[in-house]
Design a protein around this ligand. Structure first.
Ligand code: SF4
Length: 154
């Protein structure tokens, strides 16, 4: 997997203070996408074992308490991102007790493959669906257009 940005202390993408990772790769090509530069899977930088370890350490850093991890992009549920994202969310579940996991995806919850579902079964919140420019509404919280749904899964 590749990624574009990692913010170790983020107060914009999800509730509370968080760690946020923007991964590379998205097939949805939504008109008006705010993050077109992330579409190509090979854009950005390699997501290394060191980066994975750093995220776990940041989530457990007691000097700045993080509520959890946000994964956006690009699309964290792009089929070619699943293996690395699954490994990361499993580690957060096992090594970061009490931290929540939010994922933004262009896929719809009820259309996920078994592999994507395996990731989603481990997270707290999924914001699903493509961005639709005609349904854009700046007053919405955590989503860009009104077709997208914030699913609180656990
Ligand atoms: S799903 Fe998100 S990243 Fe992908 S094209 Fe749509 S708005 Fe852009």
């Amino acid at each position: 997997m590749n990624y574009h940005q990692y913010y170790p202390v983020d107060i914009v993408n999800g509730p509370g203070t968080r760690c946020t990772l923007f991964v590379s790769g998205c097939v949805h090509e939504c008109p008006g996408c705010y993050n077109k530069s992330t579409w190509r899977l090979n854009s950005g930088m390699a997501f290394t074992q060191e980066m994975e370890d750093r995220i776990i350490a940041d989530l457990n850093d007691t000097r700045i308490r993080r509520q959890g991890l946000s994964l956006s992009g690009g699309d964290p549920l792009h089929p070619q991102n699943i293996a690395d994202v699954l490994k990361l969310v499993k580690r957060v579940r096992e090594e970061c007790p009490g931290k929540d996991i939010w994922i933004w995806t262009g896929y719809k919850l009820d259309e996920l493959t078994a592999d994507q579902r395996e990731v989603v079964d481990l997270i707290n919140v999924l914001i699903d669906g493509k961005f639709v420019q005609d349904l854009k509404d700046p007053s919405l919280i955590w989503r860009g257009s009104s077709n997208q749904v914030v699913h609180h899964l656990r």
